[in-house]
Write a protein that binds this ligand. Structure first.
Ligand SMILES: C/C=C(\C)C(=O)SCCNC(=O)CCNC(=O)[C@H](O)C(C)(C)COP(=O)(O)OP(=O)(O)OC[C@H]1O[C@@H](n2cnc3c(N)ncnc32)[C@H](O)[C@@H]1OP(=O)(O)O
Length: 719
């Protein structure tokens, strides 16, 4: 867990050995304490170097240990002892120094960082704060404003930035450990008092209160209802106003309030859920670690609409040659200019050169004959997509993977029109595709494990969080969205307003309520789909009673809004009104209020006062209920996969963990009881009927979300 060696006859080299990230587990802390004691007591040792095995200094405390009682030596006294020691200690940072790893570097008297190293205090992203002295030492070292920014955002910084800020003493392109040993030899006998950061006086800005106020406002705006950044601000204030001995106590008190909070549990769950999602698995036994992805050097995109353009940018940024195809010269030229502009702006922002040389634009599918993979991103129309796939079958070499960027159509139906159904897979990007991190990889029943592995790996290469899902209408994300949207519109019928519903959801933590989100996405897409499926428009079966379709409750208000040409932000009118088409400043619109009043009076609906609690329960429990059905149907392998999809694709607040984790936090019994209650009140809404899996889990004593999978074994899988 920590290796102790004597090098150059007088330097104790302590190497943390806890792969993969050398986290400070109880065993590592124990071994470090012993090694430090040995080094400080051995008269041969004149200096100490601390480094991490396999080119990684330290990824911080072992997050997995947070769930249990503290074992082994606590970190704070161990770090205080390193700082107080009379022999110079040098940190040799390679790879990462994060959280407790960064705090370890802060107590070392000197820091050498490899030029590729990254440093940071990401505790806030786990719902806690840097409680091993980080909130007290960093402000003393770099000042309040810079420390506040790093601690409240959890941002990682480069070695170069760390050097500029005065966190590290030297950046090297050589082996940091070797450089640190030489550095340590030179540091012997130099006075250490000015190198003990806890002894420094915090440089305090004259307008401390005003500064803290501004940062508090910013944090509240950015992360509504999230506790950890606010606690971080209070801890930093202590660094400015108290001596270290008192400040560290304040840090510890604040940590105690966060450590066992639901938010910390949710955020730590998210950390692991994201990593779990990458470990896809199929009932056939094929999974992430036994299926080899193909190497993708070249790709083609069919269609340069909004989605296609974003996908081209994502691929080019990942260093993949891209051929972009459009059907008409004008569309091709417009798409080309937009892609080039997007890539240039992106490259400027990242300080790199735009990879325009990787792009080719063409009107001819014939140009695709040699590419490794094609992603079709044409209009969401099955007949059109089928034609494209038939053409691709003829044009592309037999080994080319054919992917569809559909948001919900049957991937297997598309596979069926090709000569290679095993090489067909869905790649559902989210708009804008070069910004949104989520990718649903849709596995058809005939997609081979190599095809899935390739799509997952390509997603990772593009910097996406990829989740493997099964093939059903809407897959995971959009299938779950339906009951959520339905509940929102039913609540409108019953007496709520769009702004009331949005406020309740935004207070819950969503960046945007459902109606503001719909206005942003555009209302016409859903309207067209509803018309095509005979739910509205001239094809509606006249036998349907009003507000009912296929024997179920149906709310026509969204259709009525679209009939008025209100398609959302792009038309300047939707559920809200905007200053102009494309405007983003949503204002409540009296016309919508009138429409709702007329609608209710036409159908003799007596509006009632609807509480925020009911809004949250009906929208979110219906959402989670569909998630349970998705697990039963084997469309998602694990609740973590669903949560990751909602976190990265639908703005679900991370401090709530995702819809499935949220349901588990509320208590499955309670969710079941509320769904039963609402289903009784609305028997014509099948989405409110509790799913068999939810009932089963409650009957099994509501096990923790991580073990639900064991209860789904009997259900068949579409993955
Ligand atoms: C008080 C609190 C204190 C003192 C703290 O220190 S809190 C912890 C602060 N540290 C962090 O938040 C860092 C978390 N880790 C990361 O950001 C990344 O893992 C990484 C940048 C260190 C490495 O990224 P990458 O190379 O992409 O690898 P993975 O993220 O996939 O991680 C590999 C496996 O290691 C597990 N892991 C990573 N960090 C920790 C940790 N601090 N504790 C426990 N386990 C950790 C991670 O879950 C992966 O595990 P597997 O999925 O492979 O099982």
């Amino acid at each position: 867990m920590a290796r102790y060696e004597l090098v150059k006859r007088s330097v104790a080299l302590i190497t943390l050995t806890n792969p993969p990230v050398n986290a400070l587990s109880s065993a590592v802390r124990h071994a470090m304490a012993k090694s430090m004691e040995q080094a400080l007591n051995d008269p041969k040792v004149t200096a100490v170097v601390i480094c991490g095995e396999n080119g990684r200094f330290c990824g911080g405390a072992d997050i997995r240990e947070f769930a249990g009682p503290l074992r082994g030596p606590p970190l704070v006294p161990l770090l205080d002892a390193i700082e107080a020691g009379e022999k110079p200690v040098v940190a040799a940072i390679e790879g990462v120094a994060l959280g407790g790893g960064f705090e370890l570097a802060l107590v070392c008297h000197y820091c050498i960082a490899h030029f590729k190293a990254r440093l940071g205090l990401p505790e806030v992203t786990l719902g806690i704060l840097p409680a091993a002295g980080g909130t007290q030492r960093l402000p003393r070292l770099i000042g309040i404003p810079a420390a506040l920014e790093l601690i409240t955002t959890g941002r990682h910084i480069s070695a170069q930035e760390a050097l500029k800020l005065g966190i590290v003493d030297q950046v090297t392109e050589q082996n940091a450990c070797e450089v640190a040993v030489e550095f340590a030899l030179r540091a012997v006998a130099k006075p250490l008092s000015s190198r003990r950061v806890s002894m420094l006086t915090t440089p305090c800005p004259p307008d401390l209160d005003a500064l803290l106020e501004v940062v508090t406002m910013e944090v509240k705006k950015k992360a509504r209802g999230v506790m950890a950044p606010l606690a971080c601000i209070q801890a930093v204030r202590a660094a400015a106003t108290m001596p270290y001995s008192k400040g560290i106590k304040r840090e510890s008190e604040l940590m105690a309030t966060l450590f066992n909070s639901g938010q910390a549990r949710a955020l730590q769950y998210c950390f692991f859920a994201q990593r779990t999602a990458g470990k896809w698995t199929l009932p056939s036994g094929a999974q992430w670690n036994n299926s080899k992805p193909r190497e993708i050097r070249s790709a083609a995109i069919i269609g340069l609409g909004t989605m296609g353009r974003g996908i081209v940018v994502s691929l080019a940024r990942a260093g993949i040659s891209v051929i972009a195809v459009e059907s008409e010269k004008k569309l091709l030229e417009t798409g080309k200019q937009m892609v080039i502009g997007m890539l240039e702006r992106d490259a400027k922002r990242r300080g790199v050169s735009a990879s325009l040389n990787l792009l080719k634009f063409t009107l001819s599918l014939q140009d695709l004959k040699d590419v490794d993979l094609v992603i079709e991103a044409v209009f969401e129309d099955m007949a059109l997509k089928k034609r494209v796939f038939q053409e691709l079958s003829k044009v592309c070499r037999p080994a080319t993977l054919l992917c569809t960027n559909t948001s919900g159509l049957d991937v297997d139906a598309l596979a069926g029109v090709t000569d290679r159904p095993h090489l067909v897979v869905g790649m559902h990007f989210f708009s804008p595709a070069h910004v949104m991190k989520l990718l649903e990889v849709v596995c058809g029943p005939r997609s081979s494990s190599e095809t899935i592995a390739t799509a997952m790996s390509l997603g990772k290469r593009m910097g996406k969080v990829s989740v493997a899902v099964g093939n059903c209408p809407g897959f995971v994300g959009n299938r779950m969205l339906k009951p959520y949207l339905d509940q929102a519109t039913f609540l409108l019928e019953e007496g709520a307003t769009p702004e009331q519903i949005d406020k309740a959801l935004e207070d819950f933590g969503f960046a945007m309520g459902v109606f503001r989100m719909s206005d942003l996405a555009g209302l016409d897409v859903g309207w067209r789909i509803r018309k095509e499926s005979g739910l509205t428009g001239p094809d509606v079966d006249p036998k349907n009673p009003p507000r009912r379709r296929h024997g179920r409750r149906y709310c026509p208000i969204p259709d009525m809004v679209c009939e008025q040409g209100r398609f959302g932000q792009k038309t300047g009118r939707g559920w809200y009104m905007y200053d102009k088409p494309g405007g983003t400043n949503a204002k409540p619109d009296p016309l919508i209020q009138n429409l709702l009043e007329m609608y209710r009076s036409r159908y003799a609906i007596q509006p009632r006062n609807i509480s925020d609690k009911e809004i949250i329960e009906r929208c979110l429990f219906a959402l989670a209920n569909e998630g349970f059905r998705i697990l039963e149907d084997g469309i998602a392998a694990r609740p973590e996969d669903i949560d990751v999809i909602y976190l990265f694709g639908y703005g679900f607040p991370r401090h709530r963990g995702g819809p499935m984790f949220y349901a588990s936090m509320v208590g499955l019994e309670r969710v079941l009881e509320r769904l039963e209650h609402y289903h009784q009140a609305h028997p014509d809404v099948p989405h409110l009927e509790p799913s068999p899996l939810l009932k089963k889990l409650v009957a099994c004593g509501s096990p923790s979300v991580q073990t639900w999978r064991e209860h789904i074994k009997t259900m068949h899988s579409h993955l």
